[in-house]
Design a protein around this ligand. Structure first.
Ligand SMILES: Nc1nc2c(c(=O)[nH]1)N[C@H]1C(S)=C(S)[C@@H](COP(=O)(O)O)O[C@H]1N2
Ligand SMILES: [Mo]
Length: 328
């Protein structure tokens, strides 16, 4: 059974309520369920996939309002969202980030907004986040590997950050960069390094400005666990999960499409756009269906993958006239 250990140290972003109050409520809920880590089990979910305890750095409760953009589909249990991860800076197995990421120092944290903007700045995370109201966005999350979850993010639209920076007329794309810190990221050191570092991603400016595009600082009602990309990560719900770059330190407005990590790794398999598309298979597997994590075992029926991950009404018009087989 999964048991979460929490280290009470560091990490105090803005908009928090005292941890003690939250812990009391959590303890009460656990007691009501009859046993320690019982919430997920009590609600009928199966055991977490790895069964190995996840280590977590201290979390803080966030204040937010609910968003009209949320799906009403059942949310994936927190135990899965925090123990089944892709974060190659901490190892390539799904359980590695949950085991290894908790020691990453996420405070202090700085985010640079730069490039083709009138107001470039190097923000302390607290100042970066402070002006914006936090909202909860429950989004479907579809990994290119063929699995999916439903995750309740807490964050704010990326458009707010871009508007504050005032992009100049020649800014056409937004480039993102993850922290590079081999001393704290075991995947960035040693002989076998699966990717080029730092992890980089990019969006076209109109994609970045779209109201669904989110910068997340939390999941459920707490600050992000490190394995989910603390303290700040991108969420683009109509694209494959790898576009959702974690632990962001730089946001740069540029004129041309920036390099992106998985495209650098294999340009035949991973395109710049990477919109979820059941009609365009990965060269090595079909993208027509997906396994919803937490829905029974390996024999449970796979779900049909939806165009743009179910967000076609909102975003298909961004790609009018484009051949989505060519621009995959
Ligand atoms: N820096 C960085 N960001 C990353 C990754 C990574 O390896 N490194 N993996 C991506 C992939 S493939 C997915 S599916 C999502 C997973 O996010 P989650 O672990 O919060 O579900 O993060 C994306 N962001
Ligand atoms: Mo992914």
């Amino acid at each position: 059974m999964l048991i979460r250990y929490r280290n009470r140290k560091d990490l105090r972003p803005s908009e928090i309520t005292p941890r003690s109050a939250y812990m009391n409520r959590r303890d009460l809920m656990a007691k009501a369920a009859g046993f320690g880590a019982g919430a997920a089990l009590a609600s009928g979910a199966a055991l977490p996939l790895s069964g190995i305890p996840v280590e977590e750095a201290q979390a803080a409760t966030l204040a937010f309002h609910k968003s009209e953009f949320s799906t009403t589909e059942p949310v994936t249990a927190r135990e899965y969202v925090t123990s089944y991860n892709n974060y190659y800076e901490f190892g390539i197995d799904k359980g590695d980030p949950g085991q290894n990421a908790h020691t990453l120092t996420t405070s202090p944290w700085n985010v640079k907004v730069e490039g083709l903007v009138a107001k470039p700045a190097d923000y302390a995370l607290e100042d970066f986040v402070k002006p914006f109201a936090l909202e909860q966005r429950i989004y479907r999350h579809r990994c290119v590997e063929g699995w999916s979850m439903v995750i309740p993010w807490v964050g704010f639209p990326l458009s707010k950050v871009l508007e504050r920076a005032e992009p100049s007329g020649n800014a056409k794309f937004v480039a993102f960069e993850t922290l590079m810190r081999p001393s704290e990221m075991p995947g960035q050191r040693g002989l076998f390094q699966p990717l080029e570092w730092p992890y980089v991603e990019g969006l076209r400016l109109d994609e970045a400005m779209h109201p669904l595009t989110l910068l997340a600082v939390g999941i459920y009602d707490e600050t992000l666990p490190n394995q989910n990309g603390a303290p700040l990560r991108l969420v683009v719900p109509w694209k494959y999960g790898f576009k959702g770059i974690k632990s962001i330190v730089r946001i740069k407005l540029v004129e041309n499409a920036p390099p992106t990590t998985w495209n650098l790794q294999n340009s035949n398999e991973y395109g710049f756009y990477s919109n979820v598309n059941p009609e365009v298979d990965h060269p090595r597997w079909s993208q027509k269906t997906e396994r919803r994590i937490g829905e029974g075992g390996l024999l449970t029926k796979r779900r049909e993958t939806l165009p743009f991950n179910g967000y076609a009404d909102e975003v298909a018009s961004l790609y009018t006239g484009m051949d989505l087989r060519k621009f995959f």
